[in-house]
Structures are given as structure tokens and as C-alpha cells.
Design a protein around this ligand. Structure first.
Ligand code: SF4
Length: 262
């Protein structure tokens, strides 16, 4: 995943996973003089929640001596997530949030002139995503849930998930043991997300049958190999509204923002 001269944009939310990952990557980076890190934090505009996380992320970046870039939905898209979810009800808040956050992290990484993006998806996140894709009837997407995502045409920065085999409980333990101060209160929109129900279900199964999450991850790796053969590779074109690369005529970001009362 890592090269000696990478400039990594590390997506840091202020939660335990991303701060733990930042600490570990900083340790590694110190051993490679040509490597560089920039932390990228996105403020979605979630009242009573995100401000604390941004503060904690900033403080920890200062402690570690890591350059920190903060971008907000308000500045990038002219709207906060709170206003967006009041205006659009078709999808869950997390669906809108995910689309805009991915773009925001990419913008932050480009501004920092990074060549790669590291996100702190852990084992639990990965397994939840597989089941979510199945629940949404979009099994083909499993082919794209990879620990390393490279765009052969180089229009998207490479994305890596260094923590994808680490259970959430272990990152939490690491964060506690190393004294990282992280945001522990959950996002107010989490309750509405299907992902949250899948998370609770998986935790119940894991409690009763330890090792289940790893088994699902390994099964997914095998299924992905078969899917890659049968699923045609995606052709990217330019969004007719914003010009960003997309698989459709209009990208998900522009679709999300279309007709929204700001
Ligand atoms: Fe965004 Fe959903 Fe995560 Fe909240 S829980 S930060 S709305 S993706």
C-alpha cells in the first residue's frame, strides 16, 4: 500500500479509527525522509457533533506535527449536511454525506498535492459495506470494495485502506492505550442508517460466533475475484455539470445538489 516517497492525504474525522491510523502512519513516515503526510478533515455541517471532532483532529495533528487541511461542505458546496437533509428526503442522510465527503476528501488531497488517499475503514466497516451492497441489491459493487483502489486512467487519486483487517474493538483499544483523545459520541444521523442495523447484527453474531467478521472478509475476497472477471470495467466520462469524472452523464455530487434549497 505504501511507497517510500508517498505524499499521503489521511482522511481524519476525529474519531478513534482515523486518529489511531494517523498516529501509526506518522510513526512509519518518520522512518522515510521522502514520505509526507497531510491530514484532511471534512466538516459536513452537523450541528452539535462535527465541531468537537474537528477540534480534536486539529489538536492531535498539532501534537504529531502533521499538516492539517479542513474543508467544509458549506464552503465547497454552499450547503451544510443539516440543511441538505431537511431539503432532500429520498435517501438517508448518510447517502448524501458519503457522496459529498468523498468529493471533499479528494479536493483536500488534490489541494495538498498528495498522490494517495488513506482512509481508516476497519474490518467492521468493510464487512458492513459488503452486506450493505447485498441488501441494496448492488452485489457488483463488491468488486470495487478493495483495500487498494487504483484508477488506471489516473483521474482519481489512489485510495488505500491500511486498517481494513483490524477489528474496530482493536483500534478502540489502541486509541485508549496510547491516550488518544477522540470523539466518542455518535453522529445524530447514525440511527437512521441501514449500516447501523447491520453493524448491530454483525456484532451480535460475532459475540456468539467469534471470527465471523474475518470469515466474511475472506469470502468477499474470493467472490471479488470471480466478480472482477464477469463485471465489465467502468468507463469514466466528464460530468456535464461540473466536469469531474463520473460513470454517468451527471455525477452523484451534482445530482445530490440539484434542486436543493440552500
Ligand atoms: Fe455522515 Fe452518516 Fe457518518 Fe453521520 S453517520 S458522519 S451522516 S456518513
Amino acid at each position: 500500500m505504501l511507497r517510500f516517497d508517498d505524499h499521503l492525504a489521511v482522511a481524519v474525522s476525529g474519531g478513534k479509527d482515523s486518529l489511531a491510523m494517523l498516529r501509526i502512519l506518522r510513526k512509519i513516515e518518520r522512518q522515510f525522509p521522502k514520505a509526507r503526510l497531510t491530514a484532511v478533515t471534512v466538516d459536513e455541517g452537523i450541528r452539535g457533533y462535527r465541531a468537537e471532532a474537528v477540534k480534536l483532529a486539529k489538536k492531535y495533528c498539532d501534537e504529531l506535527g502533521v499538516e492539517h487541511v479542513v474543508l467544509s461542505f458549506q464552503k465547497l458546496f454552499g450547503i451544510t449536511l443539516d440543511v441538505l437533509v431537511r431539503s432532500r428526503k429520498e435517501l438517508s442522510p448518510c447517502s448524501y454525506c458519503g457522496v459529498l465527503r468523498r468529493r471533499a476528501i479528494h479536493v483536500g488531497a488534490k489541494r495538498a498535492r498528495a498522490n494517495k488517499i488513506a482512509t481508516a475503514h476497519n474490518l467492521d466497516d468493510e464487512v458492513q459495506t459488503v452486506l450493505l451492497n447485498i441488501f441494496h441489491g448492488d452485489a457488483k459493487r463488491i468488486a470495487r470494495v478493495e483495500p487498494v483502489l487504483v484508477d488506471p486512467a489516473n483521474r482519481f487519486l489512489e485510495r488505500i485502506k491500511p486498517m481494513c483487517e483490524i477489528p474496530e474493538k482493536e483500534t478502540a483499544l489502541y486509541a485508549y492505550l496510547t491516550g488518544i483523545r477522540f470523539q466518542s459520541c455518535p453522529c445524530p444521523y447514525l440511527e437512521t442508517a441501514l449500516r447501523n442495523d447491520i453493524r448491530e447484527m454483525l456484532n451480535r453474531i460475532e459475540q456468539k460466533h467469534p471470527g465471523t467478521k474475518f470469515t466474511v472478509l475472506r469470502s468477499m475476497e474470493r467472490i471479488r475475484d470471480y466478480l472482477k472477471v464477469s463485471v465489465p470495467s467502468i468507463e469514466l466520462k466528464n460530468c456535464s455539470e461540473c466536469g469531474e469524472p463520473t460513470t454517468q452523464d451527471i455525477c452523484e455530487v451534482c445530482k445530490t445538489l440539484k434542486g436543493v434549497v440552500k
